[in-house]
Design a protein around this ligand. Structure first.
Ligand code: FAD
Length: 369
């Protein structure tokens, strides 16, 4: 996307979000017209190629737009992550007919979510029990997914399930008979991201709902979708760090205690320096991962895990520092640093928890794989 178009995208997001992110967080819902307006411009999954009607952003421009939205509203950014992950999964795993049928929908206003996790299959996705069964020219999906971001808004669910000895990603209309969507009550953070548990009770679908025909290795499906999700979450955390840095430096520069601005107290200066280092490190890690993505480099998997780990950890520590510096001025549920504090804790859990990222990075350090 040329720079003027990126500027217009940022301006539209600013206009739609305004100062309402705190209210949406408290209400637990982003207004439908906000999601549909951004969705219909293709801006919830802005990397979808122009051939399918999308904005066709590269990973770096897409990341900067994701950071911009993330700096203002992590719930909306979470919906973007899900939509982008769904589109990427269809783009990578779908056949030509599936891409042509579904990608234009996702840049035309329809909303999507991606479900892997189950009660007994969180970090260990190989333990999933949801499955599809073949029945003539149909498939039947049975199972239960939990904590699916944006499922409460979604028209289309991309569900990963066992398929014989392998696995499959299946496209399920949210209104299909046998689908039940139950919103997660009172999430810690990203409260307006539409998290929901979803049940599939003998959901019968046409065989062409199975991306690429199915029967693929589960790690391939999971790695494909999570690579996009990790990149998007990492850039979202960059945005959170930028928002925390802006709020904290403004406050520390103007608020006076003991006869001078807070910023002139060295212990507060240390908090500001740590926030700055976290923002710069996360940005650099994301830029590197996005450059690997845009160059189709084989290093992209590790670079993406590294970016997610650095950004989520830095954002969680940075948001805690921001609340500390703001103190009572930021200690309200709807304040940007308070939301950041709650939202960033969740960023250390999703798309591969900090521990799972560390295991992947340790294996890479040991073996290069
Ligand atoms: P567990 O797997 O039970 O892990 C508990 C703890 O043990 C964690 O700290 C974990 O890091 C650690 N742990 C686990 N295994 C190991 C190990 N081998 N070594 C060391 N430590 C380990 N799922 C979806 O499918 N789609 C979504 O859109 C989605 N969105 C989410 C949004 C939010 C805000 C949250 C909180 C969750 C979301 N999830 C989603 C689910 C998410 O993917 C899981 O929560 C995550 O994979 C962790 O699984 P778990 O919660 O079952 O924790």
């Amino acid at each position: 996307m040329p720079e003027p178009a990126l500027t217009m995208a940022r301006e539209l997001a600013d206009e739609l979000i305004g100062g309402r992110a705190g209210d949406w967080d408290l209400a637990g819902r982003v207004p439908s017209e906000v999601l549909r307006t951004l969705g219909a411009r293709g801006l919830l999954c802005a990397q979808v190629p122009a051939a399918y009607g999308g904005p066709g952003l590269g990973s770096r421009d897409g990341g900067e737009f994701t950071a911009h939205v993330g700096s203002r509203c992590s719930s909306l950014r979470s919906v973007m992550t899900s939509q982008g992950m769904a589109a990427w999964t269809i783009q990578r795993l779908g056949g030509p007919g599936q891409r042509a049928a579904h990608l234009p929908r996702l840049v035309g206003g329809d909303l999507a979510a991606v479900g892997f996790s189950e009660d007994e299959a969180g970090s260990d996705l190989a333990a999933m029990t949801s499955e599809i069964r073949r029945d003539g020219d149909t498939v039947v999906l049975t199972g239960h997914k939990k904590w699916v971001t944006a499922a409460a808004y979604a028209d289309l669910l991309v569900i990963v399930a066992k398929d014989g000895d392998g696995a499959a990603a299946v496209l399920v209309p949210a209104t299909a008979p046998g689908v039940t969507v139950e919103p997660v009550a009172a999430p810690l953070g990203c409260r307006a991201a539409g998290h929901a548990d979803v049940r599939f009770d003998q959901v019968r679908l046409a065989a062409d709902a199975v991306l690429g025909g199915g029967g693929q290795p589960l790690p391939l499906l999971v790695t494909t979708a999570l690579a996009y999700g990790r990149m998007s979450v990492a850039w979202g955390c960059v945005g959170i760090l930028r928002a925390c840095l802006a709020a904290t430096t403004a406050h520390a520069g103007s608020r006076r205690q003991f006869g001078k601005p807070l910023a002139e107290h060295q212990l507060i200066g240390r908090h500001l320096a740590e926030l700055y280092v976290a923002e710069r490190s996360a940005t650099r890690a994301c830029e590197h991962a996005s450059d690997c993505w845009d160059a189709s480099s084989p290093d992209v998997v590790v670079a993406t895990v590294l970016a997610k780990h650095v950004s989520a950890g830095g954002a969680a520590r940075g948001a805690a520092s921001a609340v500390q510096v703001m103190a009572s001025a930021g200690a309200r549920d709807d304040h940007v640093v308070a939301r950041a504090y709650r939202d960033t804790k969740l960023m250390e859990i999703i798309e591969g928890s900090s521990e799972i990222c560390q295991l992947i990075l340790a294996r890479h350090a040991l073996t290069g794989s």
